[in-house]
Ligand binder design. Structure first.
Ligand code: 1AE
Length: 407
């Protein structure tokens, strides 16, 4: 099926004839009607007609009967952009009963319009000069209503803790206290000062915000001011906006995709778009170098199998695109590190806000505790054992505050 994009749906209905339903989707979302067409027109329309590839019915009790349906949509019907694909495969259909879009397998020809992540997982590692271990990212907290001096101090403390990346909070928008370019200059100055002490490189993902028409210009301004990464609320703007930014040659820094709004789309078993497609495959196709998503362990929880499906979509071969860094997030503290490494391996970014700033010995100790936890987990030591070693007071205090979740 080289010239088709294939959609997989799961649809629930206690009584429906699912074969009939699949056919009506395949025809309805492509040529509109088929059986009524005169033969001559059928021959002409054949290349535009959607094809039902499979219908797997799972019988179950009331409310549990569903079918997995695969339909191939001819590439000829839509332009090579994500909005056109999504509207074709799940536009009106998304509002038509209990149906969820599980996956999209795009054709080689469709994928060829997407360069994907400019840096991706290997590029981010190379920029930081860290190849072996999981990376550590810290999230600015308490940013709204704070001025530049305050942000600089917060940044410096985070950087001193040994984090590899610092990201803005996603709710920090353009504002008179910490405007974009000044914020970048101020934070990058703190990054340089910290690097003199730690010797460690650091990426600062500044939040790219504003009207869509000004985003590329804002990104260029941020980069000219010294930004070496961007944070982007992809779902509030749309995948195509990320694609435009990531394929812009002037925007030559990694882009971290924030999942804000994703909860409106993936959690229901009956409606929306699966997490692996929404936060995995489409983010990567659109060019995200790092993708944040709720972890199975913290404060905002996504079930583990969905998490692993997101991870797979970011890391498995996909039309030759670079892989994107998985960043399971929200409510992460050092006591979760062994679990994160067990489930995700070493190609993961451990990301925390409250788990760093809320450390009993302060923000810098928060970062140190995470680095010590990562080091211990990689060495196969328990955190409790590692915490007793000299110089590991930060880890000990973190365990005292949050405990350790058994791997
Ligand atoms: C899933 C996104 C997580 C996020 O952006 C964020 O700010 C987490 O903060 P903490 O680690 O839960 O404090």
């Amino acid at each position: 099926m080289s010239q088709y994009c294939i959609a997989t749906y799961r649809t629930y209905d206690d009584k429906a004839d699912f074969d009939k339903k699949a056919l009506s989707i395949a025809v309805g979302l492509t040529v509109g009607s088929w059986t009524e067409l005169p033969e001559a027109q059928k021959a002409e329309m054949e290349k535009h007609l959607g094809k039902v590839l499979s219908v797997e019915v799972h019988e179950g009790g009331p409310g549990e009967r569903y079918a997995d349906i695969r339909i191939a949509y001819p590439d000829i019907n839509f332009s090579r952009d994500i909005p056109a694909l999504l509207v074709t495969a799940f536009g009106k259909l998304s509002m038509d009963g209990r149906i969820k879009l599980i996956d999209l397998d795009v054709s080689e020809s469709f994928a060829s319009a997407f360069p994907g992540p400019k840096f991706g997982l290997p590029g981010v590692r190379e920029l930081l000069g860290v190849q072996e271990r999981p990376l550590l990212m810290s999230i600015f907290k308490s940013v709204v209503g704070h001025d530049l001096a305050n942000l600089q101090e917060q940044f410096y403390k985070q950087a001193l803790g040994g984090v590899d990346l610092i990201k803005d909070d996603e709710i920090l928008f353009e504002n008179p206290l910490t405007p974009l370019e000044k914020r970048v200059e101020t934070c990058m100055e703190a990054a340089r000062k910290a690097q003199e002490e730690t010797g460690q490189k650091l990426l600062y993902a500044v939040n790219l915000t504003g009207p869509t028409s000004q985003l590329a210009q804002n990104a260029r301004k941020a980069i000219a001011a010294g930004a070496n990464a961007l944070l982007f609320n992809v779902l509030a703007y749309g995948f195509d906006v990320l694609h435009e930014l990531s394929s812009d040659p002037d925007i030559h820094v990694p882009i971290a995709a924030h999942p804000a709004m994703a909860g409106a789309m993936y959690p229901s078993p009956h409606y929306g778009i699966s997490a692996s497609l929404l936060l995995g495959k489409l983010m990567r196709l659109a060019g995200a170098d790092l993708v944040l998503f709720p972890s199975p362990y913290g404060s905002v929880v996504m079930p583990k199998e969905e998490n692993l499906a997101v991870q797979a979509a970011l890391l498995q071969p996909l039309h030759g695109l670079r892989t994107s860094f998985p960043v399971p997030s929200a409510g992460i503290h050092p006591g979760l590190v062994p679990l994160i490494l067990k489930d995700f391996g070493t190609d993961v970014v451990v990301n925390a806000g409250g788990g760093i700033h809320g450390h009993p010995m302060g923000t810098a100790a928060g970062g140190q505790a995470f680095r010590q936890a990562i080091e211990a987990a990689l060495a196969g030591k328990s955190l409790q054992e590692a915490a007793e070693a000299p110089g590991h007071e930060a880890l000990k205090a973190a365990i005292g505050a949050w405990g350790v979740r058994e791997a």
